[in-house]
Design a protein. Structure first.
Length: 353
C-alpha cells in the first residue's frame, strides 16, 4: 500500500494535523503530499517531518509515484470536505484509487464523487464511521491486572495522540506488552482500527471507549488510550467526558501546548487554566464514575508540546510545568526517547504490576 496525502493549500503545521501524524507514525509507505501551492520541496521543509516525501502539485503526480490510496490530510471547520478538494478526489476515484476520509462529511454523500467511485470501482474508507452496534457504557469489565492510561488535554489539538504513541513506544522499550487505542481519525489511519468517538451518538461514547479498552486488554498488560478534546473546551467537553468515563483509566497524562493561553477557537474570551487546576479537574471528573473506596485515577505526568518555541524556551517551560504540578514532565518529541521514557517510568511507578 502506497499512500498520498491530500492537503491542497493547507499543508502547514496549524492546518494539516492528520498529515503530520501520518508522516510521523504511519507503518505504511507515504509517497507524496499533494499541495500545488507548495510543490517542489520535501514535506519536512514545511512541517518538520516527512523527510524524503515530496510535495507534488496534483493527483496525477502522486499516481506517477505509485500511490494506491489518497488520504485527506487536513481538517475543516464543521467537518465538511473543502470544495477545492472535490476535483482531486474525483480524479483519484475515477482512476480506481481508494480514498480515506477522516472528515465528518461522507465522500459518497456527494453525487459527483459517488459517480466517480462507481466509474473507477474505487473503495472509500470512512475513518470516522462508527460501528452500528455500540453498547451503552458501564457494563463490561476488563481483564484483571491490565493498566489503562488515558492522555487528557488542557485544550483540543495539543498533542494527545502524539504523546500516546510516544508512551506506547516507551513502554515497549521497557519490555511491556502494550496496545494503543485510537479514538480519532488520524490515530485510526495510523493504527488500522479504532472508533472515532466524536462521531458516536452521545449516549454511546462511553460504551465505545469501554468496548475498545476491554478488547485491547485481552492482548496486553498496558492499554494507552488517545484522548480527545478537553473538559474545559465549550465545544468538545461532552466527548472528553464520555471518553474519560468509558475508559475508566488507572492513570492519566496531562497534555499541554507551550504558550497556548486560550481555548482553541475562542481567542481571549476563554483563557486556559493553570496546569495544577487541570490536574484537579480531571482527577475529580474521573472519580465521578468510580465506586466508593475504589482507587482514584490520578494524573501522574505531564506531556508538553514545545514544537513552536525555541530550545531555551522549551527547556524553561518543561521545568516550570514540573515545578507547578510536582509531576514528571517531558516533551516526548523534542526530547526524543529520553522524554517519553521519563513519562513511562512515572506510569510504571504509579501502577506497578
Amino acid at each position: 500500500m502506497k499512500v498520498a496525502i491530500l492537503a491542497e493549500g493547507q499543508f502547514a503545521r496549524a492546518t494539516a494535523k492528520t498529515a503530520l501524524g501520518v508522516l510521523r507514525y504511519a507503518p505504511f509507505d507515504v509517497v507524496a503530499v499533494i499541495d500545488s501551492t507548495r510543490a517542489g520541496k520535501d514535506a519536512d521543509e514545511y512541517v518538520g517531518v516527512g523527510a524524503g516525501v515530496p510535495v507534488v502539485a496534483s493527483v496525477e503526480d502522486a499516481l506517477a509515484r505509485g500511490a494506491t490510496v489518497l488520504l485527506i490530510g487536513t481538517a475543516a471547520a464543521g467537518g465538511r470536505i473543502p470544495d477545492g478538494y472535490r476535483t482531486a478526489l474525483a480524479r483519484a476515484l475515477d482512476r480506481g484509487v481508494e480514498v480515506w476520509n477522516g472528515l465528518h462529511e461522507r465522500v459518497l454523500a456527494d453525487p459527483d464523487l459517488a459517480a466517480a467511485a462507481k466509474r473507477g470501482r474505487a473503495k472509500v474508507r470512512e475513518l470516522r464511521e462508527p460501528p452500528p452496534d455500540i453498547p451503552i457504557g458501564g457494563h463490561r469489565v476488563r481483564r484483571d491486572g491490565v493498566r489503562v492510561v488515558l492522555t487528557v488535554g488542557s485544550d483540543a489539538a495539543v498533542g494527545k495522540m502524539t504523546a500516546s504513541l510516544e508512551i506506547v513506544a516507551a513502554l515497549r522499550r521497557a519490555g511491556e506488552r502494550v496496545e494503543f487505542v485510537a479514538t480519532g481519525q488520524t490515530g485510526i489511519a495510523i493504527a488500522g482500527g479504532g472508533i472515532a468517538v466524536d462521531a458516536v451518538v452521545a449516549d454511546f461514547i462511553a460504551g465505545a471507549a469501554e468496548l475498545m479498552v476491554c478488547d485491547a486488554a485481552e492482548r496486553a498488560d498496558w492499554v494507552v488510550v488517545e484522548g480527545q478534546g478537553s473538559l474545559t473546551h465549550p465545544g468538545f467537553s461532552g466527548v472528553t467526558l464520555g471518553l474519560l468515563h468509558g475508559t475508566a483509566p488507572d492513570v492519566m497524562v496531562l497534555c499541554h501546548e507551550a504558550m497556548r493561553h486560550s481555548v482553541k477557537g475562542y481567542d481571549d474570551r476563554q483563557p486556559l487554566r493553570t496546569l495544577r487546576e487541570y490536574v484537579r479537574i480531571y482527577e475529580d471528573a474521573a472519580a465521578w464514575r468510580r465506586p466508593p473506596g475504589y482507587p482514584a485515577a490520578r494524573v501522574v505526568a505531564v506531556a508538553v508540546n514545545t514544537a513552536d518555541v525555541s530550545e531555551q524556551i522549551a527547556h524553561a517551560f518543561i521545568q516550570n510545568a514540573a515545578t507547578e504540578t510536582g509531576l514528571p514532565t517531558a516533551d516526548p518529541v523534542r526530547e526524543g526517547p529520553a522524554g517519553a521514557d521519563r513519562i513511562a517510568r512515572a506510569l510504571r511507578e504509579a501502577v506497578p504490576a
